[in-house]
Ligand binder design. Structure first.
Ligand code: NAD
Length: 364
């Protein structure tokens, strides 16, 4: 029997509600696939600040390092917004990413047929869109030195950030991207700005070099400004996108918005060899609806599917969960965020129930 340790960090706002549903679904996977998931839960973000004054306690970080995977809800909320930046809830996420070495961020942007009208784009543009964006998460301009704002002798100021990537940093994210492309449609587009930035000229060179190990993958390159346009003009052309930290930050949000439904989008952040991993919905803690029991748990349930695929190599189980989510949407179940007239409005727990029932129906 496969045995895995999972650290659940529900966090703030709707975090506990959605993680609860995701863990119920995980229980179902254990029963069917002869796997044992030991789930430990701990506080993170604002909930941790309230108890101990810190967004991430050292013992929680140690538990995250020990775990086979971390499942996070969301952190933050108005209650903690006035606090000093160094102890804000979001610091917990940065610390987890850094300490677990989570250098690759995977963000799928899939348009679900039954939700197609939630998008602001025309149906014919987004029909069938299924893109995976890989963003480098621990390097690039967000971390490059020198950085800061300095005062010049004439009294004016100069702001500096440094766009920097080394060959090994590019190699590892490129390799991760080719591996993901191999499991999908075998088409990879690397996004850069090699016409202007030397650092991304190196990016392109290294990606091409790594690509020689993956002759089956069709590799193309695109400047980031063109990619931003192509994503809204003809997103169906993309399979897997890979890019650096800053471009990835922007492009992955743009790709997510093609779908129009923030409550549906999961994500994964992985370290080298998937030794450490954190799975979470891309949305935040939704303080406006927290405690009402109406949050959409599907992004978190789909994050569990990514966990099964990328951390536990349980592809069949991942597909099973994803199929159940597809079927639940086909049958018209909708939490309020994705509700349209004529559909079956359900709350967070009822959506969890619907997924569980669909999982059973798929087996029998
Ligand atoms: P948000 O994603 O929390 O909410 C944006 C809108 O989407 C809200 O109207 C919310 O009700 C809705 N929404 C989000 N997820 C939903 C779900 N699962 N079901 C139904 N509706 C959902 O973004 P925000 O309002 O900008 O941020 C709120 C807090 O979350 C802030 O403190 C922010 O810093 C934090 N945040 C945390 C993360 C994270 O933990 N990874 C990410 C983004 C924002």
């Amino acid at each position: 029997m496969k045995k895995y340790n999972i650290l659940a960090l529900p966090g703030d706002g709707i975090g506990p509600e959605i993680v609860n549903e995701a863990l119920r679904v995980l229980g179902k996977v254990a029963a069917r696939f002869d796997a044992e998931f030991t789930v430990n839960a701990a506080l993170v973000g604002g909930a941790s600040i309230d108890q101990s004054g810190m967004p991430l306690m050292p013992e929680v970080l140690a538990a995250a390092i020990d775990a086979d995977a971390v499942l996070l809800g969301a952190v933050g909320g108005p209650k903690w917004e006035a606090m000093d930046y160094s102890i804000r809830p979001e610091r917990a996420l940065l610390a987890l990413r850094k300490e677990l070495g989570l250098f690759v961020n995977l963000r799928p942007a899939k348009v679900y047929g039954p939700l197609i009208d939630s998008s602001t784009l025309k149906r014919e543009v987004i029909e069938g869109v299924d893109i995976m964006v890989l963003r480098e998460l621990t390097g690039g301009i967000y971390f490059g030195e020198p950085r800061g704002v300095e005062t010049l002798p004439d009294g004016t100021e100069r702001g500096i950030n440094t766009y920097v990537y080394t060959t090994p940093e590019i190699e590892r994210i490129a390799r991760a991207a080719f591996e993901v492309a191999m499991k999908r449609g075998k088409r990879l587009t690397s996004i850069d700005k090699a016409n202007v930035l030397e650092a991304t000229e190196l990016w392109r060179k290294v990606v091409i070099e790594v690509g020689k190990d993956y002759p089956e993958v069709e590799l193309s390159h695109m400047y980031v400004d063109n990619c931003a346009m192509q994503l809204v003009r003809n997103p169906g052309q993309f399979d897997v996108l890979v890019t650096g930290n800053m471009f990835g930050d922007i492009i992955s949000d743009e790709a997510a918005m093609l779908t129009g439904s923030i409550g549906m989008l999961p994500s994964a952040s992985l370290s080298a060899g998937n030794k450490h991993a954190m799975y979470e919905p891309i949305h935040g803690s939704a303080p406006d609806i927290a405690g009402q029991g109406i949050a959409n748990p599907l992004a978190t349930i789909l994050s569990v599917a990514m966990m099964l695929r990328y951390s536990f190599n349980m592809e069949d189980a991942a597909v099973w969960l994803e199929s159940a989510v597809d079927d639940v949407l086909d049958k018209g179940y909708r939490t309020p965020d994705i509700f349209t007239e004529g559909m079956r409005k359900v709350n967070c727990t009822e959506m969890g129930d619907a997924v569980l029932a669909e999982l059973e129906a798929l087996v029998s």
